[in-house]
Design a protein around this ligand. Structure first.
Ligand code: HEM
Length: 473
C-alpha cells in the first residue's frame, strides 16, 4: 500500500482539539515542519492528505470527479443540510442538480438582483448609529440574509419573512457557537439525527433519570431547525396551492424543474437545497464583507485609493449597479481580503480509487485536501504574503491553483459570481454613504465560527458621518 506523507504523530484526539480550536495555526505549524504536503489524522476521519502547491491543487481540481468525491468528504454537513444538498452529492446526480442550480447565480438572472442588493444595503446603512460603536459583522449578516431570503426564497415583506429571518439568525448563531461547531464536526452524521430525536423526546433511563433533553443548547438547535423546516414546507404548500409559477426567485425555478423522468423535486429535496443556499449563501458573504471592512480600515492608503476610484468612476447620485464592473480597485481589494483572510480554510475530496496527486501515490479511502489557507500564503506564489496589497490583483487574472477562495473544478462554489457581485455592491454602497473607523482599542483575531474563519469580536466600528441616498451632505 502507498505510504502517506509525513504529518504530526500526536494522538487523533489532540490533533482534533487543535483543529477545532485554531485550524489556521495548526495548518501553518504543519506547513513549517513538513512543507507543502502532509497528513493529518483526526478523530473519526480517514487520513487527510493536505496539499497547498499549485501542482497538487491542479490534480485535485482537474482530476476525475468519479474518483474525487466531494459529497462524501462533506458528510459532516448532512445533519444540518440533509442528504439532498448539492454539497453532499456526487457523480451524475451532482452534475444534474448543479446544472439546474447554476443559471440564477449568473449573467442577466443574477444582475436582476443588483438593485435588491443595493436597496437592502441602504436600509441597513440608514439604521446604523452615529458616534457609537457597533459590530459591523452582525450588520453584514443582516444584509446578506435579507438578500438571500428575497432572491433565493423569494419572500416579500410579511410575517413569513419576519419569522424566517428570526429563525435563521438564531439557527446560524447556534450552529456556529462552540457547542454547535463541536457537534457538527465531531458527531458521526448517522448518529446525529437519532440522538437528536432522543433529545427532542426525552427518555428517562431507569433510576438514573438521564433526561437527554437537558442538553439544552443542542436541543434548541434541533428545535429551531425543525421550525425552519416547517416554515419551508408551509411556503412550498402555499405556492403549490397558488399553482402560479410567477416570480424570479430561485425557489420558483427549482419547483418548476423536472428530471429526465419528468418528475419534480420532492418537498424534502427542495427543503435540503433551499437550506443549503440559505446557509451557504449568507454567512459566507457576510464574513468576507466583515473582513474586507476590517482590512480596509486597517489600511488608510487602501481606503484613500477606494475613495478616489469611487469619485472617478461612479460619480455623485445613487449607485448605478451597472457600474460595479468598472470598480477594478474595489474588486482587487475584495480579492486581496479573500486571499489573506479566506473564510473557508480547506476543501476536501474523498478518493474512490488510488490516485497520483502532486507527484504522490495515494490509496483509495484517504481524503485529499486543497488547502486554501496555506496556498494563499505561499511565498512562491505571493511575494511578501503577509502584506495586504490589493494592487497584486490589478490587471491580473489570478491563477486558479494559487487563489481559490471558492474552491475549484466541478465543485467550485455555485454562488461565486453572485457573492462577488453582492459583496461589491454592499462595499461600494458603504464606501459611498458612510465614514467609518475602527472602534478604539478593538483587537481582531481569526476565530473559528462553524466551518468558517471569522474576525473575533464582530469588528466594532464607529460611524462618523452618513450621507443620504442622493448623497447630499
Ligand atoms: C464569500 C462568499 C462565499 C465563499 C467564500 C464560498 C465558498 C465556497 C467553497 C469553498 C465551496 C466548496 C467548493 C469546493 O469544494 O471546491 C462552496 C460551495 C458551494 N457554495 Fe459557496 N461560497 C460563498 C458564497 C456562496 C453563495 C452566495 C451561495 C449561494 C447562494 C453559495 C452556494 C454554494 C453551493 C451550493 C456550493 C456547493 C457546490 C457543489 O458542491 O457543487 N456559496 N462555496
Amino acid at each position: 500500500m502507498a505510504s502517506l506523507p509525513d504529518g504530526p504523530s500526536v494522538p487523533a484526539a489532540i490533533a482534533t482539539m487543535r483543529w477545532l480550536r485554531d485550524p489556521g495555526a495548526m495548518l501553518e505549524a504543519c506547513a513549517r515542519r513538513y512543507g507543502d504536503c502532509f497528513t493529518l489524522r483526526l478523530w473519526n476521519q480517514p487520513p487527510w492528505v493536505v496539499f497547498s502547491d499549485p501542482e497538487g491543487i491542479k490534480d485535485i481540481f482537474t482530476g476525475d470527479p468519479a474518483l474525487l468525491h466531494a459529497g462524501e468528504a462533506n458528510e459532516v454537513l448532512k445533519s444540518v443540510l440533509g442528504e439532498n444538498s448539492l454539497l453532499l452529492m456526487d457523480g451524475e446526480r451532482h452534475l444534474r442538480e448543479r446544472r439546474l442550480m447554476m443559471p440564477p447565480f449568473h449573467g442577466e438572472r443574477m444582475r436582476a438582483y443588483g438593485e435588491t442588493m443595493r436597496d437592502v444595503a441602504d436600509r441597513a446603512i440608514d439604521s446604523w448609529p452615529i458616534g457609537k460603536p457597533f459590530a459591523i459583522h452582525a450588520e453584514m449578516q443582516r444584509i446578506t440574509l435579507e438578500v438571500i431570503l428575497r432572491t433565493v426564497f423569494g419572500l416579500g415583506a410579511g410575517p413569513r419573512l419576519e419569522r424566517m429571518r428570526a429563525l435563521l439568525v438564531r439557527y446560524t448563531a447556534l450552529g456556529t457557537s462552540r457547542l454547535g461547531t463541536a457537534l457538527l464536526l465531531l458527531m458521526p452524521p448517522r448518529y446525529a439525527r437519532r440522538i437528536g430525536d432522543l433529545a427532542m423526546d426525552p427518555v428517562r433511563l431507569g433510576p438514573f433519570a438521564l433526561d437527554l433533553s437537558r442538553l439544552l443548547p443542542w436541543r434548541e438547535l434541533l428545535q429551531v431547525g425543525r421550525e425552519v423546516d416547517a416554515l419551508i414546507y408551509e411556503e412550498l404548500a402555499e405556492r403549490r396551492a397558488r399553482a402560479s409559477a410567477a416570480g424570479d426567485d430561485v425557489l420558483t425555478m427549482l419547483m418548476a424543474a423536472r428530471d429526465e423522468a419528468g418528475q419534480p423535486m420532492s418537498d424534502v429535496e427542495l427543503r435540503d437545497e433551499l437550506l443549503t443556499l440559505l446557509l451557504a449563501g449568507h454567512e459566507t458573504s457576510a464574513t468576507s464583507l466583515a473582513w474586507a471592512i476590517h482590512r480596509i480600515l486597517e489600511h488608510p492608503e487602501v481606503l484613500r485609493a477606494l475613495g478616489e476610484e469611487r469619485d472617478r468612476v461612479t460619480g455623485p447620485g445613487p449607485l448605478d449597479v451597472d457600474q460595479i464592473g468598472n470598480l477594478a480597485y474595489l474588486d482587487a481589494t475584495l480579492k486581496e481580503t479573500m486571499r489573506t483572510r479566506p473564510i473557508i480554510s480547506i476543501v476536501a475530496r474523498k478518493l474512490k480509487g488510488p490516485m497520483r496527486i502532486g507527484g504522490r501515490d495515494l490509496p483509495a479511502g484517504v481524503v485529499a485536501i486543497a488547502c486554501i489557507h496555506l496556498a494563499h500564503q505561499r511565498a512562491a506564489s505571493w511575494p511578501d504574503p503577509e502584506r495586504f496589497d490589493p494592487a497584486r490583483f490589478l490587471g491580473k487574472k489570478p491563477e486558479p491553483y494559487e487563489f481559490f477562495p471558492f474552491g475549484g473544478g466541478t465543485r467550485r462554489c455555485v454562488g461565486m459570481a453572485f457573492a462577488l457581485y453582492e459583496m461589491k455592491i454592499v462595499l461600494a454602497q458603504v464606501l459611498r454613504r458612510v465614514r467609518l473607523r475602527a472602534a478604539p482599542g478593538s483587537r481582531v483575531r481569526i476565530e473559528r465560527r462553524g466551518i468558517t474563519l471569522a474576525p473575533s469580536g464582530g469588528v466594532p466600528v464607529i460611524l462618523d458621518a452618513r450621507l443620504g441616498l442622493g448623497l447630499e451632505v
